[in-house]
Write a protein that binds this ligand. Structure first.
Ligand code: SF4
Length: 356
């Protein structure tokens, strides 16, 4: 297994680590010129270079297929920019905003929905003035109950900066919840230091940490220990995963991932249908396949292991649940108003209308 001490940032380093073949070098250099590359030592150590279908490699090692952009793919697939009143803020839903402090990550996912914005050549981090303007926007919108730190990965920030931003948010009375979307506890668990945990605990608000992980192998002993440090400190954790072809698009893998989260005391929250990001078609599944997987998951695994399967409508119209439905109006008796409800084996049952 490869695994040096430094993050891999270039195709040459990937080649030296035995993670890409000589035949692919030219195409991969072109990929790396378009989309950022980073693989932390913790992740590189997980990749089996002898397995051409390794699920960790599929998520992080560039693929020549990324050079193909299909007509339905977009640079800003979920329409962040259409809902950005000031730099760094995305206000898509009434009671919450995204606050994008940075556009860098410890790793760069090959399916990233913000791949046109993140990375060393991506958008810059918020300046002090831009941050002040973003906070002013939150302050002057009393309907904002929750602020979601995302980007980029907010836990790449120093403990000092994190504490400064959290304290500024806690100074705003109507902000009651701060949510942090991150891959750090799994891909760079050494960053979950006592100092960063103290920063997350510095405010009298509920701070949720939402871990992004897509395959059970990402949840190593070090990752589990980093999450346990957060949870033991009183920080609740949720998960989010992206449904990815060849990574987790089978019920055994998805179920194992959800069980691992629950065993770590992390409640599965979202399973995202992959967004129409440029050069990612080779990693996407269809919605029907996703719904069938969710049916399997529901039939075979505990209710604690059920994330909401969601789709961000391209262009920015928002996130909606797209999981399988078990209930539909039934017209079998000629009447207008009773329901057909399918059980977990797919057998139909009737439920009367208007009954409590
Ligand atoms: S961690 Fe998130 S923002 Fe960063 S590359 Fe991965 S998907 Fe994109």
């Amino acid at each position: 297994m490869p695994g040096g001490k430094k993050t891999i940032h270039s195709i040459a380093e990937l080649h030296a680590a035995g993670l890409v073949s000589t035949a692919e070098l030219t195409a991969l250099k072109e990929v790396a010129a378009r989309y950022a590359v980073a693989i932390t030592p913790a992740l590189a150590a997980l990749i089996d270079p002898t397995d051409p279908n390794d699920p960790i490699a599929r998520q992080f090692v560039p693929d020549p297929a990324e050079l193909v952009t299909s007509p339905t793919e977009r640079a800003d697939p979920i329409g962040d920019d259409a809902h950005s009143p000031v730099e760094g803020i995305v206000h898509r839903y009434p009671d919450r905003v995204l606050l994008k402090l940075v556009h860098v990550c410890p790793v760069y996912c090959r399916f990233c929905f913000r791949r046109a914005m993140v990375g060393p050549r991506g958008r810059p981090s918020l300046t002090r003035d831009q941050l002040a303007a973003a906070l002013a926007y939150v302050r002057t919108h009393p309907e904002i109950w929750e602020v979601i730190l995302t980007g980029g990965d907010p836990l790449i920030l120093s403990a000092r900066k994190l504490r400064e931003v959290l304290c500024a948010l806690a100074d705003i009375d109507h902000v009651r919840i701060v949510r942090i979307h991150t891959r750090v506890p799994a891909v760079a668990p050494e960053r979950i230091t006592a100092e960063r945990i103290r920063a997350l605990k510095a405010i009298d608000r509920a701070v949720f940490v939402v871990l992004h992980a897509n395959h059970p192998r990402e949840l190593t002993a070090a990752a589990r220990s980093a999450c346990a440090r957060l949870i033991d400190a009183g920080i609740p954790m949720l998960s989010q995963s992206v449904l990815l072809k060849g990574v987790n698009d089978d019920a055994d893998t998805l179920g194992a991932l959800m069980r691992a989260f629950v065993e770590m005391r992390i409640k599965p929250y979202y399973l995202h249908h992959p967004d129409l990001a440029q050069g990612t078609a080779h990693l996407r599944t269809g919605i029907a396949e996703g719904q069938a997987l969710m049916r399997d998951l529901r039939a075979r695994f505990s209710g604690l292991c059920q994330p909401a399967y969601v789709l961000d409508i391209p262009g920015g119209a928002g996130k909606v649940p797209v999981g399988a439905s078990y209930v539909a109006p039934s017209r079998a008796d000629g009447g207008a108003s009773d329901y057909r409800v399918d059980d977990l084996e797919g057998c139909p049952h009737r439920y009367p209308p208007g009954e409590p």
